[in-house]
Write a protein that binds this ligand. Structure first.
Ligand SMILES: Cc1cc2nc3c(=O)[nH]c(=O)nc-3n(C[C@H](O)[C@H](O)[C@H](O)COP(=O)(O)OP(=O)(O)OC[C@H]3O[C@@H](n4cnc5c(N)ncnc54)[C@H](O)[C@@H]3O)c2cc1C
Length: 471
């Protein structure tokens, strides 16, 4: 029996790596689709961090079906063992993918989705819901109908705040002129804002590490450039990461180089620093944790990202109260328990919401968990498209092809795009030999990413009846 839905396309929100992978799988299965991308070209978010080198080599950054479609069209696959920058990922893989004849006519740019609902039904109405088309509204007011929605809109547009408690620090909203989002191009297009200036980097992830290393390099070239790094934890061990025990050599090398800069004094590290207040002062911006105050010219907020569920607020979502992913996925990706290394493969079953036909995939699907990898996103895309095609056997046959645990190289040069296969730790013979495993990627960091204890913020004494909540 055909329904009104059968004549409608599947809408994919976002032409990032995972949205385009979904498009490739939809094209491959002959399912009508439409990709709606807010930017004016594919990979708009990836291009923003184009100056950053990925820590995983090409072989883990390319979707298998996308590669087949591209190869059939004469594409020359990049060297599997090389590490692309974000710009290269966009130029050498994602742009050609979006330009394939099977995809191009179905990808719309400058098409920002502002809301998704069901045609004529609000969230409360149940009768006939599953057979009712999705209504997608764009920023220009245009509306598009779809039979299903794959939301691959990422999290790049919604960075976390500086405030340690998850809400803006006092004064943070007023001090936005001093605050940079994660990963400014401090050695390139954004150099002038940092050269000869005092920069405070807040955060403990790989984005912070990347920016700190670039700032340390800038400080060697530009007198007066200083770099301060504030983290909530009592130790930077998590940022240094697996170092020589990291499966991905580039990621391990990042931690090693950062530690060396801190030990040499090129980067001033403040541990146990929870941002409480940000104030514009006469000599720059003052950032305080209640007891210490740092004065800087620029603040780089590298505190991670969070999903924006606002555009799908009229759909029936079953979100985990902590992670903001689906409930089924949350325990698999919880950074209190997992690093990327222990995230198992997952697909349509774990990504299903009560709203039939709506799936968030890609980095957005992880909510606030920072453990996402492209390879996992491509497997999500494959599984979800199979499910939309009614091919549940394929949808449930989830697997990942990731590097062998413990293979690494501590001397990886971050400016180099080549993985040195020799000298792996743990007696491993060669770098990144892929093995088919039913598990995720090992990082060399045991336990969860957020296991590191934070300094406890003490309640000011004398907080009695005369200094109540609003005083
Ligand atoms: C610096 C950095 C380095 C990384 N390195 C690696 C690595 O080495 N290996 C790895 O596996 N992973 C890496 N990741 C993690 C992850 O793979 C990337 O974040 C990846 O870009 C996620 O892909 P995505 O398609 O889910 O989202 P995105 O790349 O963020 O794409 C989302 C797309 O949706 C569009 N969009 C957003 N909102 C809307 C809207 N409302 N309407 C329409 N379009 C919209 C955006 O413009 C964007 O094009 C890295 C991430 C960062 C930030």
């Amino acid at each position: 029996m055909t329904t009104q839905l059968d004549h409608l396309p599947v809408a994919v929100i976002g032409a990032g790596p995972v949205g385009l992978a979904a498009a490739a799988h939809l094209a491959d299965r002959g399912i009508a689709f439409l990709v709606l991308e807010a930017g004016d070209s594919p990979a708009a978010a990836v291009r923003q961090w184009g100056h950053v080198r990925l820590f995983s080599p090409w072989r883990y950054n390319i979707d298998a079906v996308a590669a087949r479609l591209l190869t059939d069209a004469g594409w020359v696959r990049p060297d599997d063992d090389k590490l692309p920058t974000g710009a290269q990922l966009a130029a050498d893989y994602l742009q050609p993918l979006a330009d394939l004849p099977a995809l191009k006519p179905h990808v719309r740019y400058d098409a920002r989705v502002t809301a998704v609902t069901r045609l004529g039904l609000d969230r409360v109405r149940t009768t006939g819901r599953a057979e009712t088309p999705y209504l997608i509204r764009l920023a220009n007011g245009e509306e598009v109908l779809a039979r299903a929605v794959i939301d691959a809109s990422g999290t790049w547009g919604t960075p976390n705040v500086l405030g340690a408690s998850g809400i803006p620090a006092h004064g943070e909203t007023e001090a936005t002129a001093y605050v940079e989002s994660a990963l400014p191009d401090v050695l390139g297009r954004d150099r002038d804002r940092f050269a000869g200036r005092r920069t405070l980097v807040v955060g403990a992830g790989h984005s912070a590490a990347n920016t700190l290393l670039n700032l340390a390099e800038l400080a060697e070239q530009e007198p007066g450039t200083t770099v301060t790094w504030a983290i909530r934890a009592a130790t930077p061990a998590r940022t240094y990461g697996g170092e020589t025990a990291d499966t991905l050599p580039a990621r391990g090398a990042l931690g090693t180089r950062l530690r060396e800069h801190v030990e040499s004094g090129a980067i001033t590290l403040l541990t146990g620093f929870s941002v409480q207040a940000v104030t514009a002062g006469p000599d720059g911006v003052e950032v305080s944790d209640g007891t210490r105050t740092i004065t800087a010219d620029r603040i780089v907020g590298a505190t991670g990202f969070r999903p924006d569920h606002g555009i799908v607020g009229e759909l029936r979502l079953d979100l985990d109260p902590i992670m903001g992913s689906t409930r089924a996925l949350a325990p698999l990706i919880d950074p209190n328990e997992h690093s990327c290394g222990t995230v198992p493969p997952h697909g349509a079953d774990e990504l299903t919401h009560p709203e039939p036909g709506y799936y968030a995939i890609g980095v957005k699907s992880y909510g606030r968990a920072p453990t996402f990898l492209l390879a996992t996103g491509y497997e999500q895309a494959r599984s979800v498209v199979a499910a939309l095609d009614g091919d549940w056997a394929a949808a449930r046959d989830v697997q990942l092809d990731l590097p062998e645990t413990g293979v690494c190289n501590s001397s990886q040069d971050l400016d180099s795009d080549t993985i040195d296969a020799g000298g792996g730790c743990c007696g491993a013979p060669a770098a990144v030999e892929p093995v088919s495993v039913g598990r995720g990627l090992a990082t060399g960091v045991s336990g969860g990413l957020l296991r590191t204890p934070l300094a406890v913020i003490t309640v000011p004494s004398g907080n009695d009846e005369q200094s109540g909540c609003c005083s």
